[in-house]
Write a protein that binds this ligand. Sequence first.
Ligand SMILES: [Zn+2]
Ligand SMILES: [Zn+2]
Length: 166
Amino acid sequence: MSKRSAMSPNRRHPHAGGCQCGAVRFRVKLLGRPSICHCRMCQKAFGSFFGPLVTAHDATWTRGEPKWFQSSNLARRAFCGDCGTPLGYETRYGLELAIGAFDDPTVAAPVIQVNPRDKLPFFDGLTSLPLRENPDPEWLDFLAGIHSNQHPDHETQEWPPKEGEE
Ligand SMILES: [Zn+2]
Ligand SMILES: [Zn+2]
């Protein structure tokens, strides 16, 4: 099977991704170092406990453009102006993209933690939290009623889909 036909069913591209609503999509030719950043700015910008970021060489915005927030004199941060998904940040050294925004986040498994000074005190205990094994039936009913408006984890010719398509 050729590489092309292996990719064609879902028009998958290993280094593509985008925001939750699909208004902004990107592609990257080459990934650099994947990391998680504990700095307070990443916590705030991601609304999360850390920023998961990978250096992106030769990135292009393939649909729409992000909005930018100049978070400091040295960096600006990209996000979707429609749905607010954080997409990364840029300095004079280049662009870092949010790992969770990739169609396949496993392409960028973090290899280092940076800025440990701001690390949240409960971070190290997160992986030993108990897993909820048996959600109650009411919650399962709620989940069964979900119709997602999130862009799928592959390239699309057209988005959002026309009525009746997906
Ligand atoms: Zn969006
Ligand atoms: Zn940071």
